[in-house]
Design a binder for this molecule. Structure first.
Ligand code: HEC
Ligand code: HEC
Ligand code: HEC
Length: 198
């Protein structure tokens, strides 16, 4: 009887673990996505998104292209090549910028690390941003018009409707200085929903 109970328990656990592990996300096949010519024979050599992206860390439902790219990279789920030439110097910077001119919204935490793992300094400095905390007239109107953060967010990186991802630092709980914050090795939990934070 004891053994039987054990067996049932183990079975129950297995069933559970299995249903937790199921990745319910779906992606259109290339031939159906409206961007690729289904008649092109070369289509068969390309990978379909569903085959590649299953198992990557999921973004919260209904946002972007369903993949949490920062954590996909951090967890090793994807391993993109960082450079074409051996001579290219790769620099990852562990420095956050706390931007506090956000009115009623939570403050903005800009993480250099998450950015410089994907981008080169020259993608932002000094054309988009002067290298000085608080040294740029960034505001939400300009961002929504495609300037500053809006050059990439809403275009190639997560959408501007994900307010909480940028406005992530609550004024009420934040301790420390505004502006530049060295944060060696700090990894942030993913923002999972759009709850109101002030
Ligand atoms: C890609 C990052 C990002 C996203 C997404 C984002 N914001 Fe902002 N927001 C900023 C930055 C940066 C500032 C300027 C902060 C500063 O200068 O101190 C800002 C400023 C603001 C301000 C202050 C007033 C102003 O015009 O600058 C408000 C209000 C605001 N955002 C609301 C929102 C709302 C609402 C959303 C979602 C619909 C949103 N933001 C999404 C980055 C973002
Ligand atoms: C995605 C855009 C982006 C990339 C890429 C980027 N930065 Fe920045 N950087 C910023 C922003 C935004 C600020 C803050 C500007 C502000 O507050 O007005 C900043 C500020 C700085 C500052 C000023 C800090 C202070 O104490 O005032 C330095 C230094 C800096 N960046 C260096 C770098 C270096 C080095 C790299 C490459 C390893 C880099 N950045 C890559 C966007 C970027
Ligand atoms: C040159 C392009 C570029 C610019 C400019 C840029 N970002 Fe990003 N950002 C990215 C990319 C690429 C990622 C990683 C992919 C993703 O998460 O969509 C990212 C990710 C992030 C993350 C996610 C970090 C995490 O832990 O998930 C935050 C927060 C963020 N950006 C805020 C900002 C803010 C605030 C600004 C403006 C001050 C800004 N970004 C400007 C390209 C950019």
């Amino acid at each position: 009887m004891f053994l039987l109970n054990r067996l049932i328990l183990i079975l129950l656990l297995l069933v559970h673990v299995n249903s937790w592990g199921v990745d319910k996300r779906t992606w259109l096949k290339l031939k159906d996505d409206g961007n690729h010519d289904p008649a092109n024979p070369a289509l068969s050599v390309l990978q379909n998104p569903g085959d590649v992206f299953k198992g990557t860390p999921a973004d919260y439902p209904g946002t972007g292209n369903q993949i949490d790219w920062v954590r996909a990279l951090a967890s090793g789920a994807i391993k993109p090549r960082s450079q074409l030439y051996d001579t290219t110097k790769i620099e990852v910077l562990d420095l956050d910028i706390i931007m506090e001119e956000t009115g009623e919204m939570a403050m903005v935490r800009f993480p250099h690390k998450a950015h410089t793992e994907w981008l080169d300094c020259s993608n932002c400095h000094d054309k988009l941003f002067k290298k000085k905390a608080g040294g740029n007239p960034v505001n939400m109107f300009a961002i929504l018009a495609g300037e500053y953060c809006g050059r990439c967010h809403g275009a190639v990186s997560f959408p501007l409707t994900d307010c909480r991802r940028c406005h992530s630092e609550s004024r009420k709980t934040f301790k420390g200085n505004y502006g530049a914050q060295p944060v060696p090795g700090k990894i942030y939990p993913p923002v999972k929903q759009q709850k109101v934070v002030k």
